[in-house]
Design a protein around this ligand. Sequence first.
Ligand code: PGA
Length: 260
Amino acid sequence: MKPKIVIGNWKMNKNFDEAEDLISEIEEKLADYNFETEIVLCPPLVYAELVTDHANEEGSQFYAGVQNVSEYENGAYTGEVSAEMLAGMDVSFCIVGHSERRKYFGETNEIVLKKMLRLLANDIVPVMCCGESLDERKSGKHFEIVQKQLEESVYKLTPEQMERVIIAYEPIWAIGTGETATPAQAQEMLAFIRSLIEKKFGTEMAVNTYILYGGSCNAKNALELFSQQDVDGGLIGGASLKADDFFKIIEAGETVIKEN
Ligand code: PGA
């Protein structure tokens, strides 16, 4: 079993002082350990430099990530931030295709693909989110929806590009709702996603690709979710805003690795 990856998605939360405090608290908690679990903090973009400064410190145990990037390379796109700019700030990971961006900002699969290509060209790891709505699940269309999201994004990558992508399955009905997918539901979908990767890119790629679960993953349920065979870690929203909870989720990742 490969080490887990735990990614904190702060969304649009924390003022500057609170962001500094949260990073320091996480650092203090990690200081006594040398975890195998890879940890990524994705604060709001405006704090990217804050988090990269900390991530670049000697002995730091986390990587710097952000939650969005422009689909364009550079030029007259007021308010946008390019992948090249992020790379220049030492950002290592970037979330793309989060359901909140799909819903509120019209991020289509086509845009998701463009963003991934920009990130990959700048050596930033895309964390590509997919997942179905409650209606889609209730009508039994969840596999079809996720398959389409993958076919229109990661399926268009070359194997060399795909090697550097992380996939996060986040059922929309579980995001921020407190209603987590059951471990069996998470496992079922992640195994399906892995089978799609296998079909397109082969067995080795399928085995090596990191596929995370996200959606009300917390300190209490992380161990059970991470114990599922195909769950390579978590994309954590609400619970990543409290150092204690986030640390317990990282510990859950460690526990699973040590037991296997
Ligand atoms: P949540 O969010 O953990 O608060 O449900 C997860 C996410 O949207 O990435």
